[in-house]
Design a protein around this ligand. Structure first.
Ligand SMILES: [Zn+2]
Length: 98
Protein backbone atom coordinates (compact mmCIF):
# COMPACT_ATOMS: atom_id res chain seq x y z
CA UNK A 1 0.00 0.00 0.00
CA UNK A 2 2.79 2.40 0.94
CA UNK A 3 4.57 1.56 -2.32
CA UNK A 4 1.44 2.44 -4.30
CA UNK A 5 1.37 5.89 -2.67
CA UNK A 6 5.08 6.27 -3.52
CA UNK A 7 4.36 5.40 -7.14
CA UNK A 8 1.46 7.88 -7.24
CA UNK A 9 3.64 10.61 -5.73
CA UNK A 10 6.42 9.81 -8.20
CA UNK A 11 3.88 10.05 -11.00
CA UNK A 12 2.62 13.41 -9.76
CA UNK A 13 6.22 14.64 -9.44
CA UNK A 14 6.98 13.50 -12.99
CA UNK A 15 3.85 15.25 -14.30
CA UNK A 16 4.71 18.46 -12.43
CA UNK A 17 8.31 18.42 -13.69
CA UNK A 18 7.16 17.62 -17.22
CA UNK A 19 4.68 20.50 -17.15
CA UNK A 20 7.37 22.87 -15.85
CA UNK A 21 9.74 21.73 -18.57
CA UNK A 22 7.01 22.10 -21.18
CA UNK A 23 6.16 25.63 -20.09
CA UNK A 24 9.89 26.46 -20.03
CA UNK A 25 10.27 25.08 -23.55
CA UNK A 26 7.18 26.99 -24.70
CA UNK A 27 8.65 30.12 -23.16
CA UNK A 28 11.89 29.53 -25.03
CA UNK A 29 10.10 28.96 -28.32
CA UNK A 30 7.82 31.90 -27.64
CA UNK A 31 10.72 34.27 -27.03
CA UNK A 32 12.49 32.86 -30.08
CA UNK A 33 9.40 33.60 -32.13
CA UNK A 34 9.20 37.19 -30.88
CA UNK A 35 12.93 37.57 -31.45
CA UNK A 36 12.64 36.43 -35.05
CA UNK A 37 9.65 38.65 -35.85
CA UNK A 38 11.55 41.98 -35.80
CA UNK A 39 13.84 40.57 -38.51
CA UNK A 40 10.75 40.04 -40.66
CA UNK A 41 10.37 43.64 -41.83
CA UNK A 42 14.17 43.84 -42.22
CA UNK A 43 13.96 41.12 -44.83
CA UNK A 44 11.76 43.49 -46.82
CA UNK A 45 13.86 46.68 -47.04
CA UNK A 46 11.97 48.07 -50.04
CA UNK A 47 9.10 49.32 -47.89
CA UNK A 48 11.43 51.02 -45.43
CA UNK A 49 13.46 52.63 -48.21
CA UNK A 50 10.34 54.03 -49.83
CA UNK A 51 9.36 56.03 -46.77
CA UNK A 52 12.85 57.58 -46.53
CA UNK A 53 13.55 58.20 -50.21
CA UNK A 54 13.17 61.87 -51.11
CA UNK A 55 10.71 62.57 -48.35
CA UNK A 56 12.89 63.82 -45.52
CA UNK A 57 14.88 67.01 -45.22
CA UNK A 58 17.28 68.24 -42.60
CA UNK A 59 16.20 71.07 -40.38
CA UNK A 60 19.14 73.54 -40.65
CA UNK A 61 18.47 74.89 -37.15
CA UNK A 62 18.29 71.80 -34.95
CA UNK A 63 19.62 69.22 -37.42
CA UNK A 64 16.55 67.06 -37.13
CA UNK A 65 15.28 65.12 -40.13
CA UNK A 66 11.72 66.07 -40.93
CA UNK A 67 9.23 64.77 -43.42
CA UNK A 68 8.90 67.23 -46.30
CA UNK A 69 5.16 66.65 -46.17
CA UNK A 70 4.87 67.65 -42.51
CA UNK A 71 7.62 70.23 -42.34
CA UNK A 72 7.33 73.97 -41.99
CA UNK A 73 8.61 75.27 -45.30
CA UNK A 74 10.46 78.46 -46.05
CA UNK A 75 11.67 79.57 -49.43
CA UNK A 76 14.97 81.26 -48.88
CA UNK A 77 16.93 82.68 -51.82
CA UNK A 78 15.24 80.26 -54.19
CA UNK A 79 15.93 77.32 -51.90
CA UNK A 80 13.17 75.44 -50.16
CA UNK A 81 14.07 74.80 -46.56
CA UNK A 82 12.28 72.43 -44.23
CA UNK A 83 11.90 72.94 -40.49
CA UNK A 84 10.55 70.69 -37.77
CA UNK A 85 8.60 73.52 -36.17
CA UNK A 86 7.67 77.14 -36.58
CA UNK A 87 10.12 77.96 -33.80
CA UNK A 88 13.02 76.64 -35.87
CA UNK A 89 11.71 78.46 -38.92
CA UNK A 90 11.50 81.76 -37.06
CA UNK A 91 14.92 81.20 -35.50
CA UNK A 92 16.43 80.59 -38.92
CA UNK A 93 14.72 83.64 -40.35
CA UNK A 94 16.01 85.75 -37.46
CA UNK A 95 19.60 84.50 -37.69
CA UNK A 96 19.61 84.78 -41.49
CA UNK A 97 18.34 88.36 -41.52
CA UNK A 98 20.56 89.50 -38.65
ZN1 LIG B 1 14.01 72.04 -35.69
Amino acid sequence: MARLIDIVFDLILVIVVARMLWSALRGLFGSAATRSSPTDPASRPQGKRETVRGETARDPVCGMFVSTELSHRLEWHGKLLHFCSEECLNQYRKSASA
